[in-house]
Design a binder for this molecule. Structure first.
Ligand SMILES: [Zn+2]
Length: 400
């Protein structure tokens, strides 16, 4: 432990309160990779074909990926990366926070949340996912977990192609009854259970996003998606056939207590009926970026910054663009993680650059984590290109 503390201190000093994070790749057996993660084309099956293609990259994560038997014990977890002379070391972000949480996140966050309560990821699929929901606190507590809100943003830089189905089904059509959905669950083994007939899809637009509270059904479309979320991994799948691929009923009840696995009223009760049937669903949940300050003022200072994820008490996110050759000092109230999606320059004491091509297992200079006191003092962000923007996505936990 003393050695870990020493390494963490070295990393803190080198980055002036900013850690470098090592890329965290996650495969999924049920997905077709969209190949927009900047991974080398030969590396999408680096974890073994039997594990599925790599279609996610996780950021600032202290949560394990729940990929079933045979999953490496650190899958999904972020590591801080320490380079000291010729020595290269990694320490789990989770362990770093367990050892020095008050320094990294602040006392208030540690007292209230006991650690870093969110993470973000890219998901990158060619095909749409199943119509599913995430339990709220009440439903998740029965399986020892927490409710899970999530949100989407579609970065332009990573969406040069939009996959096979760039539309997301959300919610249920106004007028849908509980019996309608029960019938879908009863028909699980009889061919298409028809749940999507009860919903509608919205075309996804790069540079915008959606807010998805617990209990809202969603079948995510095929844009590469930046997804801040609460640190939890509960879900229930309501669609049995996805692009002719059969989904086992176990995916509906994996986070349901044994006594309720065949209880249709219980399963229907996981749905937040008000939110799903909201006749104004689009206006309630679709999010355009919002400037954090008057746009004119920011542009004159050489940058633009927007809230891209907002409205959840558990997380939020911003997109910062620094113009070519310019620099800006930005203060935040809380610790945060970040990923550079375009350009290169300096982030405080550290170099930052968005890579073009990453080999599996290779370090990158695009992901950082900013500790609370450094965030509050402010960090100078400098774009070293004469021609190209430097663009960074920043993810925050609760109470930021
Ligand atoms: Zn989801």
């Amino acid at each position: 432990m003393d050695n870990q503390r020493k390494l963490i201190k070295t990393a803190m000093d080198k980055g002036n309160g900013v850690f470098r994070l090592f890329p965290t790749w996650v495969p999924r057996t049920f997905c077709v990779p969209g190949k927009r993660l900047k991974l080398h084309p030969d590396d999408y099956y680096s974890l073994g074909a039997h594990r599925g293609g790599i279609d996610e990259r996780w950021f600032a994560s202290t949560v394990n990926a729940d990929n079933g038997p045979g999953t490496p014990e650190d899958e999904g977890l972020s590591y801080i990366f320490i380079e000291d002379g010729s020595q290269k070391e990694k320490v789990l972000l989770k362990e770093t926070i367990e050892l020095m949480g008050e320094t990294i996140l602040g006392k208030k966050v540690m007292d209230k949340h006991g650690g870093w309560a969110m993470f973000s990821k890219y998901f990158d699929n060619m095909q749409p996912l199943f119509h599913h929901l995430h339990q709220d606190d009440e439903g998740a507590a029965l399986v020892g977990s927490k409710g899970k809100p999530e949100a989407y943003y579609f970065p332009r830089q990573l969406n040069n192609h939009s996959g096979w189905f760039p539309l997301t089904f959300f919610g249920l059509n106004p007028g849908t009854t509980k019996d309608d959905v029960k019938r879908c669950l009863l028909d699980w083994d009889k061919g298409d259970n028809g749940i999507l007939y009860l919903s509608r899809a919205y075309k996804l637009k790069p540079g915008t996003g959606w807010d998805v509270p617990p209990g809202v059904l969603h079948a995510p479309g095929s844009l590469l998606t930046y997804e801040p979320q609460r640190a939890s991994d509960v879900f229930a799948v309501f669609q049995n056939l996805v692009w002719e691929q059969v989904m086992p009923r176990e995916l509906l009840v994996k986070d349901v207590p044994p006594e309720h696995k065949n209880d249709l009223d219980y399963l229907i009760g996981l749905i937040d009926w008000d939110l799903n049937l909201d006749p104004d669903f689009y206006n309630s949940r679709f999010h355009e970026p919002k400037p954090v300050k008057p746009l004119k003022e920011m542009k004159e200072s050489g940058y633009e910054e927007y809230w891209i994820v907002y409205g959840s008490e558990y997380f939020s996110a911003k997109e910062l663009t620094v113009y070519p050759g310019r620099s800006v000092k930005i203060k935040e109230d809380a610790a945060y993680g970040l990923i550079a999606i375009q350009g290169h320059g300096k982030f405080g004491a550290l170099d930052i650059e968005s890579p073009d091509l990453i080999r599996f297992g290779q370090m990158t200079d695009d992901e950082l984590f900013v500790t609370v006191s450094t965030a509050r003092d402010g960090v100078e962000v400098r774009n070293d290109s004469a021609v190209e923007d430097l663009v960074i996505l920043k993810h925050f936990g609760p109470d930021a």
